[in-house]
Design a protein around this ligand. Structure first.
Ligand SMILES: [Zn+2]
Length: 204
């Protein structure tokens, strides 16, 4: 679509699998990679403490077997592909088509956050939505778990709501910076008017 997206594809954007870092309760000197129920080298989950940071293959304390298995793990899909696949279940609309095309071209995902609807509502930029605001407002008025993603475009952004049990909802928001620029322009003209008046006053 643009020169920036040339050569970009879901396949080329796949990344290495990432694992949480973990330590054995009794021998915390080594760092392991946490899998679903055990570390990649086989220590059961009940014997380990998992951390919020990612396991680093090249870390000084990295367990060699975990490093080897983490390096050999299949690559994972990029955020654009994961969001694209979720949006496929949304009701077809021109907005959905534009969003799917943008994601296929690697449009940046500014944020993708999950939480209770009323807690993550602030991330939906509701005040700037120009298309689809009503449906977004209704979904965000609850306390139900929901995902909110924003996909950046030069002229604005797609707002995607991902409820747990119903289809995704897509809205469009104008870029807040447009409002900011208008505000700055307004302030500048007011400032010029004041300066003009003062100058005129000094002259008298
Ligand atoms: Zn290990």
């Amino acid at each position: 679509m643009t020169g920036d997206s040339a050569g970009w594809s879901f396949a080329s954007a796949r990344g290495p699998a990432r694992f949480a870092a973990a330590e054995h309760r009794r021998s915390p000197e080594a760092e392991h990679a946490m899998g679903a129920h055990a570390t990649l080298c086989g220590i059961p989950a009940k014997q380990i403490v998992a951390y919020r940071h990612h396991f680093r293959i090249s870390g000084a304390r990295a367990c060699p077997r975990c490093s080897e298995r983490a390096a050999a793990a299949p690559t994972v899909t990029c955020g654009q592909e994961r969001l694209h696949d979720k949006v496929l279940t949304a009701v077809p609309s021109p907005l959905r088509t534009r969003l799917l095309n943008a994601l296929r071209n690697g449009a940046p995902i500014a944020i993708w956050i999950n939480g209770p609807a009323d807690g993550v509502a602030v991330y939906a930029h509701l005040d700037h939505i120009t298309d689809g605001a009503e449906a977004v407002k209704d979904l965000l008025a609850t306390h139900d778990p929901i995902g909110v993603a924003r996909v950046a475009q030069p002229s604005g952004e797609f707002i995607v709501l991902l409820p747990q049990h119903t289809d995704p909802v897509i809205a469009w928001a104008n870029r807040p910076v447009t409002w900011w620029r208008t505000l700055v322009r307004g302030v500048t003209s007011v400032a010029s008017a004041i300066v003009g008046k003062t100058a005129a006053g000094t002259k008298q």
